[in-house]
Design a protein around this ligand. Structure first.
Ligand code: APR
Ligand code: PHB
Length: 393
């Protein structure tokens, strides 16, 4: 089989890249190791920047999001008993949209299937080859048969544990990482959200977040110890702890119910540089991870693939193969990635209790929050980063 762009991974990055390339008339094949149901079964954040919603519309996969997504014009911070609302609309003119990553993935998958674009699910042992030359290819095994997918370019959209970054020669990539000394315990429940807007909380007992998937489905998170056993967190224990961390009037109106999903996720900041090696390009979680505070993961994946798709479109549009965009992809993508890394790290640092934080550290957090409360400039900095910095395209 031969195509123009071989995409490894059918998460949101790979699927959105495939859709944008198709719109630009560029043939692509996606090779994914899991089944569609497995991919859709992953529960992740559900908060889209305006730039991401615009990309989904541009890709032709935004109709349901436009109907069912819930626009949010602000967010609340509750810090040691003081509440602060950050008004995105007033401070930046932009809004966020609540629409689950599962739904984004489903819409892109459905669109891809409706267009008849090739996706190989349950492909085993995918491996990129020859990307330091002009004829790269991806090998994989499907139903016991070896396949060879020849392409002009390979896009590594295969997530943090994928094969593309791992296939790079030793020394070709520098990795920067920070692992946080706590995790997020998340619960999904078919109960009405406790508040129309998100509430990020920080106090004596640690971080909490009240978010949602829809007007009837809530998502809550609690900072927990990394070695906490999920079996030790009954639904009752979760709700009881959440009530202690939410502001009292919010806790009083919390509607609880049986969880439909419960899991613990570690928090990590990670960047691999560069994001291009010859004809192999990394995008999304394959190249970087952010801690979930601020929900930048999916949005960063979207901005990477927008840049990659437009660089590839420039290449194919020019008869001589305009490589300027491709040559600058890594540098331009990383410029935005590092800013989102900075914001996610800052927001995580402000809103969590760190085991090593002594009296000085907690007063620094308090001073940071007090400064935010008193300074519109500081609020605008938060808002501008939260709604997403401009795409590098
Ligand atoms: N061969 C083929 N597919 C692979 C391989 C492999 N060797 N390794 C991983 N994959 C697939 C995974 O099964 C997954 O479906 O690549 C896909 C990567 O998807 P994600 O992990 O969702 O990453 P990405 O598309 O970059 O999405 C970024 O997802 O992890 C969240 O916080 C992140 O919200 C952000 C978004
Ligand atoms: C979510 O809705 O799951 C979510 C929202 C905001 C975050 C993280 C997760 O910062």
């Amino acid at each position: 089989m031969r195509t123009q762009v071989a995409i490894v991974g059918a998460g949101p990055a790979g699927l959105l890249l495939g859709a944008l390339l198709h719109r630009a008339g560029i043939a692509n094949v996606i090779v994914e190791q899991r089944s569609p149901d497995y991919v859709l079964g992953r529960i992740r954040a559900g908060l889209l920047e305006q730039g991401t919603t615009e990309l989904l519309l541009q890709a032709g996969a935004g109709a349901r999001m436009q109907r069912e997504g819930i626009p949010h014009e602000g967010v609340e911070l509750a810090f040691n008993g003081t509440r602060l609302r950050i008004d995105f609309q007033a401070l930046t003119g932009q809004r966020m949209t609540i629409y689950g990553q599962t739904e984004v993935t489903r819409d892109l998958m459905d669109q891809r299937a409706a267009l008849g674009l090739p996706t190989v699910y349950e492909a085993e042992a995918a491996q990129p080859h020859g990307f330091d030359g002009t004829h790269p290819w991806v090998s994989y095994r499907k139903d016991g048969v070896e396949h060879h997918l020849a392409a002009d370019f390979i896009a590594g959209c295969d997530g943090f544990h994928g094969i593309c970054r791992a296939a790079l020669p030793a020394g070709a990539v520098s990795c920067f990482e920070k692992v946080y000394p706590f995790g997020w315990l998340g619960i999904l429940a078919d109960t009405p959200p406790v508040s129309h807007e998100l509430i990020y909380g920080q106090g004596e007992r640690g971080f909490s977040l009240a978010t949602m998937r829809s007007t009837t489905r809530s998502r809550y998170y609690l900072q927990c110890a990394l070695d906490d056993d999920i079996k030790g967190w009954s639904d009752d224990a979760f709700w009881a702890e959440l009530k202690l961390r939410l502001p009292p009037d919010v806790a009083a109106r919390l509607v609880t119910g049986p969880s439909i999903e419960k899991s613990i996720a570690p928090l990590r900041s990670f960047v691999a540089e560069p994001m291009r090696f010859g004809r192999l390009f990394l995008a999304g979680d394959a190249a970087h991870i952010v801690p979930p505070t601020g929900a930048k993961g999916l949005n960063l994946a979207a901005s990477d693939v927008a840049l990659l798709a437009s660089s590839l479109a420039d290449f194919y549009a020019g008869a001589g193969g305009d490589t300027v965009g491709l040559d600058h992809y890594s540098q331009r993508a990383l410029a935005r990635v590092w800013k989102a890394e900075r914001f996610s790290w800052w927001f995580t640092s402000l809103m969590h209790r760190f085991p090593e934080t002594g009296g000085f550290g907690s007063r620094m957090q308090q001073a940071e929050f007090d400064y935010l409360c008193g300074s519109e400039a500081a609020q605008r900095v938060l808002a501008e980063n939260y709604v997403g910095l401009p795409l590098a395209v």
